[in-house]
Design a protein around this ligand. Sequence first.
Ligand code: SF4
Length: 388
Amino acid sequence: MREIIQKSLDKNRLTMEETAVLVNTTDPALVEEIKEGARELKRRIYGNRIVLFAPLYVGNYCVNNCKYCGFRSSNKEQIRTTLTDEELIRNVEALEDDGQKRLILVYGESPKYSPEYIAHTVKVTYATKKGKGSIRRVNINAAPLDMEGFRIVKEAGIGTYQIFQETYCPEIYNEYHPTNTKKGDYNYRLTAMDRAQQAGIDDNGLGILFGLYDWRYEVLAMIRHTNHLEACFNVGPHTISFPRIKDASGLNIDKKYFVDDETFEKIIAIFRLAVPYTGMILTAREDAAFRAKAIEYGISQIDGGTNLQIGDYKYHHEEEEKNSDKQEDQNLHREQFKIGDDRSHGLLPPGSHGRALYGIQCAGLHQALLHSECHPYFERILGGLRHA
Ligand code: SF4
């Protein structure tokens, strides 16, 4: 285990097998060594820098019915909204007032949010400038598209295309994403990054919703997905996100695989060591104390906003104190997840630590790595993709 940590401290990617050694380490003293190694690697590569960005939900209409999500179609209490262009501009201006430079626009899955519509909102966001404020990078989190759709959003100048597999276990995936919904097609989602790459989007963000299935499986599967992208396209994911299941309105799911804080810290530390140069994102779903720890162990990007509901940043800022009870009540029916860290301006002052690390990428092909790690199960799922 110490040799593996040292390999990572020398800024080398870890194989799946090496990652598995870390995953299987349970002795508390040794787990502390893993965390210490991750802390040291984070310090060496990233120093004190952290990338800040703000999530902005553009619309919460959704045809899917993911059991864990407040936006699921069966949640009739949810108030559905799509920001008008004016509302979008007002939100972006409010974020610029806060000093934000990077946004991620988030969309439910709906015919309303076509690639053309997504591209339009990206362009409106870039064009919105208030005073000296401007948004330099617009990332998107949207449902998987076909090749033509990806080409359309690429032309709008998106930064990262982010999509989470949620769980890599097909059976569990089908349990949480009914197969009669659009999101119910496990393979179509799994291959989204391949289509994005083929359409020219080489800046992608992966993620797992920890708590749906055994975290050890998910960690290794996401490393495997990373290896696949590196082997086929010579570039791994730009970022990996770490959402963890929290309460959402009407949430009623099996808590068997929920991940406690201690395990989650270990997961983050393992990823830091396994993929030293990949950006790692934690959201405001986690509380401030946990976020501070996670930043030590490996998180390099956090969202500096608190808008995990469809709403209006401007309204939220100006009116929330006047109207807090009423607003709170409304928000319960507009949010996707509960927010753990609700400090209104994020963990660190926007702009002061927001130096991007985008130039850093894991270099080199991992073709050999990929072939040596091919497991029959993954062969079935991903085998065809390597030759796409
Ligand atoms: S997780 Fe995404 S796709 Fe699923 S219901 Fe929520 S918004 Fe829709």
